[in-house]
Design a binder for this molecule. Sequence first.
Ligand code: AGP
Length: 608
Amino acid sequence: MCGIIAAASNRNVGKLLVQGLHKMEYRGYDSAGIALHQKDQIAHLRTLGKVKLLEEKMIQEKPKSKLGIAHTRWATHGEPSEENAHPHKSNERVYIVHNGIIENYLDLKDFLKKKNYSFLSQTDSELIAHMLDYFLNQGNSMLDSMYLTKDRLDGAYAIAAIDLEDDQNIIVARNKSPLLIGIGIEELLAASDPLALGQLTNEFIFLEDGDVAELSSDSYSIYDINKKKVEREISKIDISSQATSKGEYKHFMEKEIYEQPEAILNTIDGRVGGDDILENIFGLGSSEMFERVKRIQIVACGTSLHAGRVAANWFSSISELPTQIDYASEYRYRNPHVDEDSLFVTISQSGETADTLAALRYAKEKDYLSSLCICNVPTSSLARESDYSIFTNAGPEIGVASTKAFTTQLAALMLLALSIAKGRKKNPKLRTRVVTALRSLPDIIEETLKLKETIIELAPEVASKDNALFLGRGIFYPIAKEGALKLKEISYIHAEAYPAGELKHGPLALIDENMPVIALAPESEIAEKLISNLEEVKARGGTLYVFSDPTISMDVKSGKLIKMPKCDFLLTPIIYTIPLQILSYEVALLRGTDIDQPRNLAKSVTVE
Ligand code: AGP
């Protein structure tokens, strides 16, 4: 959840480390800190709050250094405070930054207290600094001390450490938490996210679990879990600054909403051809594997889970297969039964979500036919550990609230439904219809985005309330859930979603003039039933905002009926998502919340 960065260079590194923190701030932003080696001492600056405050402190104090580590935090153990901010130190000698969770921290703290180490923070991370100091004092090198420390740590970690007695080297270590090395010009870098280093290099080495590496300004050495020196592949990735800047937009979320036509185009580009889906788009051998699939198990979290819920419907109607779907955090604990020839599918924007990764690792021990991931980050742990994968090609998503990642996940899941249907020789005509519809999707999204002005008009009504109810039926229920999640996460308005038919079984009691009801009413076989449900709301004084098919007419009294562009029914969930994203954004804007970095959240949830 946190972001770590380290640099050993021939130039001053303070500024580049802080710039890197800014790029990773979406991962966590309750406090930030830096430790800079200055030969005879280590400058140690920490601030509560956003990276900007650390930057201001740096501008005042102007510490100079060619070797340093820095951190932006999302609190797990201990409240957000300056004492709990990283880097943590031991005896003014060892300074560390850590991303992850040390599960056996209480035992290790007890051990260190008995060795006379005292703790200044409530974090699990501080013990890493003390443990390294303890082993260094026994005459071990920093590399050996890191291995000895690692041997005692249970849990997930990406660590970077520096030692006052060595102004040339940084030691980094990875276990179940992302960490990569960046090879710069006359400098070596490390970070938990390539975005942090995108301005500095396009050459990256993704460390593996158990790896430890030593970095100086002109060289690096990597050692594996058994302390054997290893070579790891160098990947060239161009992370352009354009992709990570807001451009003309006020917020990344806004930019990402309006990027969706292009993002969707990139998801389908090169994957459909003629009137059908192309072969092996999920990796070599995937088409052959799809012939055997008899059942699908989906596992994901948050917005990605909502994408899975929509897709479950497509797997049924297009691929003619049953689907089981689970919250990643719950899946392992329900003792799942695995049917023969079941395909295990994970969905994740980041590919680093700890619960989803843990579920994949658990599933790999079970009797699944194969594992497959839908992911936006090709270099992520999930992508590397799955048998098959498809990348959503949405481009970096910086806003914590997922927008283009969600709609591109839906597009990729539709490609999966079509590929499995093709493998199973099902529904050729329907496949052609959907492929044609997919091609026109970017244009329809473009048209949908023009609803912005209409939505801006109704945003003040929603912004003035404390609650909201989202309604949808069938394949639109998960879209209603996604709308509610978006609204609550960025505007802090309490929002719930229900299948409209469930209203009279309880939630109808909540309806009054203070409960705006946002409903999705596409043309469908149950459109009339939905309209009756909405009449029940109207009769009880609820204000209705209905996004509907142009053919549907209803009197919404004080609310608003907003006509949506026409689209193939199977793809309408993607289209109906767009106005809900814009509504959340405009409401949050009116309420003055921190849209890109909402309180208490983080983009990449790398703790279970
Ligand atoms: C989306 O707006 C949320 N921030 C969150 O629910 C997110 O979708 C979830 O944490 C899963 O993340 P992932 O897609 O990176 O696995």
